[in-house]
Design a protein around this ligand. Structure first.
Ligand code: MIC
Ligand code: SF4
Length: 640
């Protein structure tokens, strides 16, 4: 039996376990990326491991999230990151050079390699045929030190593409269609491997859009074959030497199969407040729009911005719409500046922002109260934009540009002939904002925003834990640890961040958790979906959270909880969720043994005669990490 593409890459990087066994596998990581919002912790953790230089083939540190400098904090973090990069052997992409995933695709991604990034949209690299996975900063720090990365052996889904996208329908609609079919939980534990005759009709930037937003399915990653399109892209980036052909064997087998006929797709929209709340644009025609934001790691490539510029050329945006555009990279920005498209955008009334994440992570451009904002981004969680009652709709660049002109949600197919964008034969290559590491000893610059790393306590055998909060389904890491212009600058300062845990849904949480000392979180399905931010585990750990009981967990967040010594447990019987109240107190006994056993854990509800049963699927390695009080303690002990 032949192998699929994922199996080929996993096998060639396998360091422990067996592909196809369903158990845990450990793989070696060729490349890593970090961004500034998760990077400061990752480098503090790398430093704490005492390894002098990274051991990967390539590691890159990007600055793209915290670029609004309203105080000293972000600039301090940038200086810290720049000095760490130079000291530890990491390339440093300076602020202004672009969004990590876009720049990595352009300048560093290589088919067939593994990439681990401290950002959940790292799978963007799958557009180039890489096995690119998002993880918490601590896992990335371990990979930088040469350690293997562990995942549960994934189920591999074949996404068979046929046909060709019709005019005005684009890559964003392909991934919105998958989200419509499968939901934000539909990809947990799975890798989506694209194949079929439709693949050849998609360019690498289009594939990257699809792979990028596979993160919203909860997938471990998504991957496309490396073919002639990949070669064209790499040649145009002056990197043809990095190309290798790579695809599944013709007789490869898969765990599941999904078929999408590209020709049958139509423009789609994800309505507030979840990326899977997808409907055809035709259902929303006429809805008034106050803001249109184009950018993010999903849709800000040269192809996307040229499409938008062609639609807007010679026209002006509706007077009640604020149009903001953040180009994905300096390469994209300089190319549209040189070919005149930037002038078309400015003439149309667009407000041009830096080449960064910007509004996608609430770093500015919060919409007006109650506004409708159409965004080409990947997440529309309530409040993430910075305005709690704004309605964020996720759309393609085509729908965004058409609606910016009319002031209402518009079907772009009404605009006439579709501007087919020709991709450049050569992109403009200028790596002068990417600094190579230094060979000499570099002093690490630590401003007052860089606070020491909190370390988790060792696991106690007996815990009596009151419930700190009881939550429903699909709680995101934005709910747990909000981002935005006010809170993101505190990412290197855990005591300051701790004031904001759950602040968007329960303002009293932080004070209550502190008063309780140690406590527990109860949640429904898919707890911790969304971002890879380990702060959503680290800061609750700092506030005394020792256990999270949920109906199910999102992959990265579950790993982050274990990394920070918090027990992620699930209900043996889901109905037991209803027995717990915000005032319950739970009594755990013999925990240090229970985490090594597959037997359900009996837990007494204090002041009642009830016992509920909880379960886990910890591997022996994860149980040891939990026992040690998290991955940092565990790695240090292992390196002694
Ligand atoms: C996001 O899109 O939520 C982020 C900000 O890029 C995060 C990382 C972070 O919280 O720093 C992600 O997706 O992992
Ligand atoms: Fe940045 Fe948004 Fe992409 Fe996250 S999703 S990396 S915030 S652009």
């Amino acid at each position: 039996m032949g192998l699929n593409l994922t199996q080929k890459i996993l096998n060639s990087h396998l360091r422990s376990g067996k592909v196809g066994s369903g158990g845990e596998i450990g793989i070696s990581i060729d490349q890593t990326l970090t961004q500034d919002a998760t990077g400061t912790m990752a480098y503090l953790q790398f430093e704490a491991m005492g390894i002098p230089k990274v051991k990967t083939e390539l590691s890159v540190s990007y600055v793209d999230h915290n670029t609004l400098q309203t105080g000293f904090e972000n600039a301090d973090d940038h200086a810290f990151l720049q000095s760490c990069a130079s000291r530890f052997g990491v390339y440093f992409s300076r602020p202004g050079n672009g969004i990590c995933h876009q720049v990595h695709l352009e300048r560093f991604g290589i088919p067939g390699k593994t990439l681990l990034g401290s950002d959940s949209h790292t799978p963007t690299g799958g557009g180039l045929g890489m096995l690119a996975i998002g993880a918490g900063g601590l896992d990335v720090a371990v990979a930088m030190g040469g350690g293997e990365f562990y995942i549960k052996d994934p189920k591999i889904v074949k996404v068979w593409l046929t046909g060709k996208l019709p005019p005005w329908v684009s890559a964003k609609d392909v991934i919105l269609e998958l989200l419509r079919r499968l939901s934000v939980k539909g990809g947990v534990g799975k890798i989506f491997e694209y194949a079929g005759p439709g693949v050849a009709t998609l360019s690498v930037p289009e594939r990257a859009t699809i792979a990028n937003m596979g993160a919203e399915l909860g997938a471990t990653t998504s991957i496309f074959p490396s073919d002639e399109q990949t070669k064209l892209f790499l040649r145009a980036q002056n990197r043809e030497k990095d190309w290798i052909p790579l695809q599944a064997d013709p007789d490869a087998s898969y765990d599941e199969e999904i078929i999408i006929d590209l020709s049958s797709l139509e423009p789609l929209v994800a309505k507030p407040h979840m990326p899977d709340n997808v409907v055809p644009v035709t259902e929303l025609i006429g809805t008034k729009v106050q803001q249109v934001a184009i950018g993010s790691c999903t849709n800000s490539s040269y192809r996307d911005l040229m499409t938008v510029a062609s639609i807007l050329k010679g026209k002006v945006v509706h007077p009640e719409v604020s149009l903001v555009i953040s180009p994905g990279s300096r390469q994209v920005l300089t190319m549209i500046a040189n070919n005149g498209a930037l002038t078309d955008l400015l003439d149309a009334g667009a407000r041009i922002l830096e080449s960064t994440c910007g509004p996608c992570i609430g770093m500015g451009q919060a919409p007006a109260s109650g506004a409708v904002s159409l965004r080409t981004f990947n997440r529309n969680f309530k409040g993430r934009s910075g305005t709690i009652d704004a309605g964020i709709y996720l759309v393609s660049p085509e729908v965004a540009a058409a609606s910016a002109l009319t002031g209402t949600i518009t079907d772009p197919r009404t605009l006439g002939p579709y501007p087919e964008i020709e991709l450049p034969e050569y992109y403009r290559v200028d790596d002068s904002l990417i600094l190579a590491p230094s060979n000499s000893e570099v002093e690490i610059v630590r401003g007052p925003n860089i606070k020491p790393l909190p370390v988790a306590p060792k696991l106690s055998d007996r815990l009596e834990l009151p419930v700190a909060i009881k939550l429903g389904n699909d709680i995101t890491t934005d709910d747990i640890m909000p981002a935005g212009a006010k809170i993101l600058p505190l990412r290197s300062n855990i005591p300051a961040m701790s004031e904001y845990v759950f602040s968007k849904i329960d303002e009293g949480f932080s004070a209550r958790a502190k008063a309780l000392g140690q406590s527990i979180i109860i949640a429904g399905h898919n707890y911790g979906q969304g971002s890879s931010r380990e702060h959503a585990a680290l800061v609750p750990m700092y506030l005394g959270i020792r256990v999270v009981i949920a109906k199910s967990f999102a992959r990265i967040h579950k790993a982050n909880l274990i990394n920070f010594g918090i027990l992620p447990l699930t209900f043996k019987q889901e109905e037991d969720y209803d027995l717990l109240t915000p005032d319950s107190k739970l009594i755990f006994d013999n925990l240090t043994q229970a985490i090594f056993s597959s037997e359900p854990i009996p837990v007494k509800i204090d002041n009642t005669d009830k016992t509920i049963y909880l379960q886990h699927d910890f591997t022996e390695r994860q149980a040891r990490i939990l026992l040690a009080g998290g991955l940092l303690n565990y790695t240090r002990e292992a390196n002694k």
